[in-house]
Design a protein around this ligand. Structure first.
Ligand code: ZN
Length: 255
């Protein structure tokens, strides 16, 4: 920075400080927005990846349920088949019964086995209905998983595209910020860097109608006078932001 440039600015510190702070605030807000959007992309991807893991677990669970139901139904069908064979044997023995007592005992046994067989047959029907439900649930879970994968691929692509344009915006705004910081009057510099370091894009606030727009607290007459004189003024006793006047109220403009 040349000596001439420095001395030139010192001739009108108030106006240049106000407009420089206003411009810096605007740039910090835009930078904050661009950085937020850059951070949001990976979060959006992460959320969908987490969702996909859940959908895969759901599918595995419903597949396991379907398998358990199928195994259970197969076992019951095997039991029914065994019972039917046993009943057929008993019926053969019934025809060959040598006494009334043996005949009656076999008849009672056949009746009991047939009753058990009919209960088993009902249970098999219920199990087959459950298998149908689980099969449908597996198909639904598979479709949901496919959609989840498509969604993730789409968001990854969108985020990658946005990232490129946001990175360009970020580089441009960071350059603009450096330029704007270079023309900030030197007596503002320490206060500015201190507050920006601790508060980032939320470091400054415009005064409107005698109120800090950062915290909506009324500023004192002393603070207002100091602002008009182009001094460094913080929102004292309240939010602590570095304050500046709106364009139409800035010293040297429209007075
Ligand atoms: Zn405030």
């Amino acid at each position: 920075m040349s000596y001439e440039a420095e001395s030139d600015k010192k001739q009108k510190p108030a106006a240049s400080a106000t407009s420089a702070l206003r411009e810096l605030h605007r740039l910090h807000q835009q930078l904050g927005d661009v950085r937020d959007r850059l951070e949001r992309g990976p979060k959006q991807i992460k959320a969908r990846e987490v969702n996909l893991v859940r959908l895969e677990a759901d599918l595995a669970q419903v597949k396991a349920d379907a398998k358990t139901a199928r195994v259970g139904a197969d076992q019951k069908q095997l039991l029914l088949k065994t019972s039917e064979n046993k009943i057929a044997d008993l019926k053969t023995k019934l025809n060959q019964a040598s006494s009334n007592r043996e005949y009656q005992a076999l008849k009672d046994q056949i009746a009991a086995d047939e009753m058990a067989g009919s209960v088993l047959a009902d249970e098999i029907l219920e199990a087959l209905e459950r298998i149908d439900q689980f099969t449908a649930a597996v198909a639904t879970a598979e479709q949901t998983l496919v959609k989840g994968k498509e969604d993730l691929a789409k968001v990854r692509q969108q985020v990658a595209q946005q990232h490129d344009s946001l990175a360009v915006d970020l580089a441009r705004l960071e350059g603009d910020l450096k330029t704007a910081e270079a023309v900030l009057p030197s007596d503002f510099r320490d206060a500015y860097y201190r507050v920006v370091k601790s508060r980032g894009s939320d470091a400054m606030a415009q005064v409107e109608g005698g109120t800090c727009t950062g915290c909506h607290q009324q500023i004192t007459q002393n603070m207002h006078n100091a602002l008009l004189m182009g001094r460094t003024v913080f929102c004292q006793g309240s939010c602590g932001r570095l304050l500046y006047l709106p364009e139409d109220r800035s010293p040297g403009a429209g007075r």
